[in-house]
Design a protein around this ligand. Sequence first.
Ligand SMILES: Nc1ncnc2c1ncn2[C@@H]1O[C@H](COP(=O)(O)OP(=O)(O)OP(=O)(O)O)[C@@H](O)[C@H]1O
Ligand SMILES: [Mg+2]
Length: 224
Amino acid sequence: MAFIEIKNVFKTYAEIAGISTLALNGVTLNIEKGDFAAIAGPSGSGKTTLLNIIGALDKPTTGQIYYEGADITNISINRLADFRLHQIGFVFQAYNLINVLTALENVEYIMLLQNRPCEERTRRATELLARVGLADFMHRRPSQMSGGQQQRVAVARAIAARPKVVLADEPTANLDSKTAGELLDLMKELNKEKGVTFLFSTHDKMVMDKADKIFHVKDGSIIN
Ligand SMILES: Nc1ncnc2c1ncn2[C@@H]1O[C@H](COP(=O)(O)OP(=O)(O)OP(=O)(O)O)[C@@H](O)[C@H]1O
Ligand SMILES: [Mg+2]
């Protein structure tokens, strides 16, 4: 049994001005525990659509998504929110940290949603921020940090929730290539050290080269 199994997923977006879009055209792929995998492909190929479906932020038109053998395709909206909170970490292209909270509070907040004890929230957030090189930046708000620093907070936050998988949609898109390389190296270290499974999308060759496994997407299909 695969850790995460995507089986024959099609996604058609509803008509806009008379035209519907077939964004995913029968995608089948497996993610194994401990993978450091990339979804690579040009703009419009379906990467975000696929990550949103794997992350239970959106539903396929047809096809199934299994986590450790359990089909999540048809579970209710309420249970999906709970599933996401406990099983999936997200890192988006534009950080999406909470602007009024400090780095420390951003990382603590996800554990607050999970009802973790206060002492554990602070201890784990402090430890993870130090691990991503932000020991001296814990009390800064996002607007007081660089893009690369904000993205490291987003990675710490995604891991804090102890998810089964961290999904990252073009996590380096807003970073210069040196900072992008450093962020990928950090993610890879966390993958090796803590066994966190990562799946990220990219159209940057340098980022692709850091992946252990690559799924090439073209026009909504995997072409490897
Ligand atoms: N909400 C939506 N409604 C209608 N069509 C959409 C929607 N979101 C995406 N699409 C279309 O689906 C296709 C796949 O889009 P998607 O965003 O998944 O591509 P992508 O590979 O992430 O592209 P990029 O690299 O530019 O982020 C595109 O043709 C896009 O126009
Ligand atoms: Mg995208």
